[in-house]
Write a protein that binds this ligand. Structure first.
Ligand code: PEP
Ligand code: MG
Length: 748
């Protein structure tokens, strides 16, 4: 059986070398398989689109049904094979549930049926079918041989072996347009070309007639893999419990006899080492999509990662041999860390991730750079090829891969319109956000990287309302030194050219985990040991940071705020650290800041109810709306299922914010709002109407917010909000939108 299988594979391989059209090659292949397997029928069905399988070649069925017979996914036994991604083997096909009789093929004469999925690395490509008149089930050996053949057909499909220009030709894999619906990570629309973080491995030699050599190659690759897994485990002292679990699983698989045995059997039957790895990987992937058990799914995921590593070792293809980055790269990855993203730098046009989360560090970096980002674009890393055209619609969370011309044109129009709007906003850059009722709102920007600072000038921001210092910690792999931080903060102040920068002390914990700090396994990190709680309990880093800030100011004015203050004593203790830091600096002979403002972020409802003394003591308050909203509604800002469930313009929330405004006004405490909502025009308008006079946002939002504020009369907006409340509405959104639709068009 084995040598028979090898002979067949060799013949299939020979068809690759033949100079014939794609269809002729397919026809040749089905006839080779039918004669080698001694069955009357062999057919290949390939996907036309995600839902439709088309009979593309047959030996034994009526030739006129080729390219005519089509089945939906799940329809008939062929559709069932494709949907279940597993073998369907029956001695009595017509009696099987779901059997669909297709008169045009003449198949009623065949009783036995065996369908095997054609798949490659998670991609379902089609179904290989054999049928015979005699009623018999195909043996496990026959099925195995068929699976090996299906693997080779999958590789050949990938290599474009069945594409040709003749009529009824098959469209090549990875040539058709595909739309991915994901989640918005960062708004904006761009056109660019795909640049894969980990390019697809291409196997050009699926078949080999030297099993000994292939086995030796496989074993040597596995040895290399084992060493690298061991190195990962021993060389990494900062990995957390979860990572250890993953690496343990890697190690287990890398040492698994049965995994190796299966691959060696595949090689024996004629596959090359890389095709054998892929065959087992494809099976693991199809099981992964079907596994209900989360643990099992995770383990299959680990096996998948490991197989990828093995393939890269065998083929020598990896990140080192990356294709040239195009001029307009759209980065496509399963997930990416902030460090890797920073290595790519600002030249990226857009980013599309299969995983990721809105609050992840990578998303924060993408947002800071205003690079459109779509996350949860499931399946894009398997579908996209380097250099494919990609349209990233960051406003809707949609990605068009290899779009049709009309979509591309419409998208270009959209980009042109946005560019026009940006131009319009640029003309507002030096004008104040002065409303029709004569109120001026100060618009500041949020930042966190040195690279953000040029936007201060370009956007017309009046200062930095929030400088997230943790980004500097997140992007490193070891704790930064005081001198480094002080130089950096000093450069930030220099580039701000006298405009005020509000430095927020380290806000780590929750989703922001430093790889070099001992991890904490917390059941609910968002409400756990984070931000100022860490700073006060382990004050070493806080003290170092405060000192770095004082030295950076070097006699200039300084504004510092503490994140996640929940009650007065936390603020007092943090402020006390600052007072002590100043005293130390003075003793050491360093210049103290010309003025020092010490503020608190209001991110939990508790602080809004703090005693008057707190509001009197604090120099300023900045509302961290992202966290405040999550705690007000008890809806995790990271959880896609709930994060959009409650509207910021919900009247309960607005009423709450009004109280914060009133308390600050009573104590004469300057107040700002620095959550993401400050950068959304409608939300910003309502915040201004409630009494916020300082809003801090992403630089790209300043133009649109300013443009709207300049058209608005805040007294009227206030009345609209009150009207919505009086009418018993849940949210003010519809009422404000309605009011807006009745305003004159923008004059600027
Ligand atoms: C916030 O919570 O609104 C905020 C500005 O801080 P971060 O998003 O960094 O938690
Ligand atoms: Mg926050």
């Amino acid at each position: 059986m084995e040598s028979e299988s090898r002979k067949l594979l060799q013949r299939l391989k020979d068809t690759l070398a033949e100079n014939i059209a794609g269809q002729a090659r397919l026809d040749h292949i089905v006839s080779l398989i039918a004669s080698s397997m001694r069955t009357e029928v062999c057919s290949i069905y390939l996907f036309r689109d995600d839902d439709t399988l088309e009979l593309c070649a047959t030996e034994g069925l009526k030739p006129e049904s080729v390219h005519q017979t089509r089945l939906r996914l799940g329809e008939g036994l062929v559709g069932r094979t494709a949907r279940s991604r597993s073998v369907v083997n029956t001695a009595n096909a017509p009696a099987e549930k779901g059997f669909r009789y297709m008169p045009e093929t003449g198949e009623e004469r065949y009783t036995s049926f065996c369908g095997v999925p054609i798949q490659r690395l998670g991609d379902s490509l089609g179904v290989l079918v054999i049928q015979s008149k005699a009623a018999r089930e195909f043996t496990p050996d026959e099925i195995y041989a068929l699976e090996v053949v299906a693997m080779v057909i999958a590789e050949m499909t990938e290599l474009g072996a069945f594409v040709s220009g003749e009529s009824g030709a098959l469209s090549a894999r990875h040539k058709r347009p595909v739309v991915f619906r994901g989640t918005v990570g960062q708004e904006g629309a761009v056109i660019g070309r795909a640049f894969l973080h980990e390019p697809r491995v291409v196997v050009t030699n699926p078949v080999s007639d030297d099993p000994e050599m292939e086995t030796a190659r496989l074993r040597s690759a596995i040895d290399t893999l084992r060493v690298s897994v061991d190195q990962m485990m021993s060389g990494n002292t900062t990995i957390d419990a979860e990572q250890v679990q993953v690496l343990e699983a890697y190690r287990m698989f890398a040492n698994s006899r049965s995994w190796l045995r299966r691959m060696e059997e595949d090689i024996e039957s004629g596959l090359s080492a890389e095709a054998a790895v892929e065959k087992e990987q494809s099976f693991a992937r199809s099981r992964m999509t079907q596994a209900d058990d989360a643990y099992l799914r995770d383990r299959l995921h680990d096996l998948d990662d490991l197989s990828n590593r093995l393939l890269r070792i065998l083929t020598g293809q990896g990140r080192d041999t990356d294709a040239e980055m195009p001029d307009d790269p759209v980065l496509i990855a399963r997930n990416i860390g902030p460090g890797e993203l920073l290595e790519y730098g600002k030249k990226l046009r857009g980013i599309v991730l299969e995983e990721g989360s809105v609050g992840s560090h990578a998303a924060i970096v993408a947002r800071a750079w205003a690079i459109p980002l779509v996350i949860h674009a499931e399946g894009i890393t398997t579908e996209a090829l380097n250099d494919d055209t990609v349209l990233v619609d960051g406003d809707q969370g949609i990605v068009h891969l290899r779009p049709e011309e009309p979509i591309k044109t419409a998208f270009q129009d959209k980009i042109a319109m946005q560019a026009q709007a940006q131009e319009r906003y640029a003309s507002l850059r030096d004008l104040p956000a002065l409303t029709r009722c004569g109120t001026t709102i100060a618009l500041q920007m949020n930042a966190g990287l040195m690279a953000d600072l040029p936007s201060l000038k370009g956007s017309g921001a009046e200062g930095v309302g929030l400088f997230r210092t943790e980004l500097q910690f997140l992007i490193r792999n070891k704790m930064p030194k005081r001198a480094e931080l002080s130089t950096l903060y000093s450069r930030v102040m220099d580039s701000a050219g006298g405009k005020k920068v509000h430095f927020r002390t380290l806000d780590i914990g929750s989703d922001k985990v430093l790889s070099y700090m001992k991890p904490n396994d917390e059941p609910n990190p968002a409400m756990g040991w984070r931000a100022i709680r860490v700073g006060l309990d382990k004050p070493g880093v806080l003290r170092m940071q405060l000192q770095a800030l004082l030295r950076a100011a070097n006699g200039r004015p300084l504004a510092v705020m503490f994140p996640f203050v929940c009650q007065h004593d936390e603020f007092r203790a943090a402020k006390d650290e600052m007072v002590k830091a100043c005293a130390r600096e003075k003793i050491l002979g360093h210049a103290l800041p010309a003025s020092l403002e010490i503020g608190a972020m209001l991110e939990t409802p508790s602080l809004a109810f703090a005693e008057d003394a707190f509001f009197e003591e604090v120099d300023f308050i900045s509302v961290g709306g992202n966290d405040l909203k999550q705690f007000f509604f008890a809806a995790d800002r990271e959880n896609e299922r709930v994060r959009r469930r409650y509207d910021t313009l919900n009247l309960s929330f607005l009423t709450f914010l009004e109280q914060v405004v009133a308390r600050c006004a009573k104590a004469g405490t300057p107040l700002s709002f620095c959550g993401e909502d400050a950068g959304r025009p409608l939300e910003a308008l309502c915040l201004a109407a409630l009494g916020f006079r300082v809003l801090s946002m992403r630089p790209a939002s300043i133009g649109p917010v300013k443009s709207l504020l300049r058209r608005a009369d805040l007294t009227e907006v206030r009345q609209v909000i009150e009207g919505a409340r009086a009418a018993g509405q849940l949210s003010a959104r519809e009422a404000v939108k309605d009011w807006l639709s009745r305003q004159p068009a923008p004059a600027d």
